[in-house]
Design a binder for this molecule. Structure first.
Ligand code: 11C
Length: 340
């Protein structure tokens, strides 16, 4: 007994991770279909010990399927998600298209699992941006204890957040620094990413914030609490996988650093590694392939009345995308759908 599950965009980085995680977590799958655009048609992908052939997204009939995990861009989502939803298949969408729609729940299961019940309005559930997902996992248990007033976050985001071409660009530019004649000009990014950092992710908004920064602000309000003020600076760094964040939090009530550490140790989805010694913290390379959001460097910020600083690292392709989508599927199954 299980669910009939579709993975849309199964040949991309996130789609493949979705399949890996569905298999790893032994998600109750009755039947699975993997869909891709025409150009990737027939490509084979792994699901546990099976190999699956991709089918055509354009002609697929979603009726009779319980849920579809979408890992395609906003344009393809716009075209195909309503078709799936109308056929009675619940869409769990990793793009940003529906995140800010008041009729679509935006879910991080450790934070607001119960909001999944609102899926019925459109038959769609949204998965947040990767940098938001890991941050709200850390914020929620602290907010429940001392009520957060304001968050100042700076991110250090890996190139895998921009897709496969960006991974290649970092690799090629790095190689090109050492091999004469193989220098690579910026293409995906506006400036060189190898041996550099770029304070610009996604497009610029009128306010001067980038869209990535706006997403962190807007999504945190929708997922955790609209009263929380967030200001963000999002930066791309030459790391392949794993986003890092320096988070400064100001609370209504006093929260001691030791109590904050204890709360985070007990919180779902979090692993605290916080020793005040050389290497007593987590770096992005160590979180690759893991499910947890890692928290280190928890300390009082004595420059404000009730402040805490912390360092937060997570695998952006897992908690930031595929894992969170599978966790949503699990919650949807447990709370709302009957197994076939
Ligand atoms: C990045 N956070 O690292 C982005 C990728 O809205 O789902 C994910 C964009 C999104 O570039």
């Amino acid at each position: 007994m299980g669910y009939n599950v579709v993975v849309v965009g199964a040949t991309g980085n996130v789609g493949r991770e979705m399949l890996n995680i569905l298999a790893e977590r032994e998600f109750p799958v009755e039947k699975i279909a993997v869909l891709a655009s025409r150009k990737s048609l027939g490509t084979e992908v792994s699901f546990g010990d099976k190999t699956l052939k991709t089918e055509d997204l354009d002609t697929f009939d979603f009726s009779g399927w319980d849920m579809a995990l979408f890992a395609v861009g906003s344009d393809a989502t716009k075209k195909y998600a309503p078709i799936a939803a109308k056929a009675g298949c619940v869409v769990i969408d990793n793009s940003s298209l529906y995140r800010y729609d008041p009729d679509v729940p935006l879910i991080v299961p450790e934070v607001n699992a119960e909001a999944v019940d609102g899926y019925t309005k459109k038959n769609i559930i949204a998965n947040p941006n990767c940098s938001t997902a890991q941050m709200v996992v850390a914020l929620k248990p602290l907010h429940d204890r001392a009520k957060i007033k304001r968050v100042v976050v700076s991110t250090y985001q890996s190139v895998s957040g921009s897709g496969k071409e960006a991974i290649d660009e970092l690799w090629d530019q790095t190689k090109g620094m050492y091999v004469p004649g193989q220098e690579k000009a910026p293409n995906v990014y506006p400036k060189q990413i190898a041996f550099n950092v770029i304070p610009h992710i996604d497009v610029f908004m009128d306010s001067g914030d980038t869209k990535e920064e706006w997403k962190m602000i807007t999504e945190t309000k929708k997922i955790v609490d609209p009263s929380i003020k967030v200001t963000a600076t999002c930066v791309r760094v030459p790391v392949f996988v794993g986003h890092s964040e320096s988070i400064n939090i100001e609370f209504e009530d006093f929260l001691d650093e030791d109590e904050a550490r204890d709360i985070l140790r007990e919180a779902p989805g979090i692993m605290v590694i916080d020793k005040r010694e050389n290497g007593g913290y987590v770096t992005p390379i160590e979180c690759v392939g893991d499910y947890a959001t890692f928290i280190s460097r928890i300390r009082q910020d004595v420059t404000v009345e009730n402040g805490i600083n912390l360092w937060c690292v997570s695998d952006n392709l897992r908690k930031g995308a595929a894992l969170n989508a599978v966790q949503i599927a699990e919650v949807l199954g447990q709370r709302c759908l009957k197994k076939g």
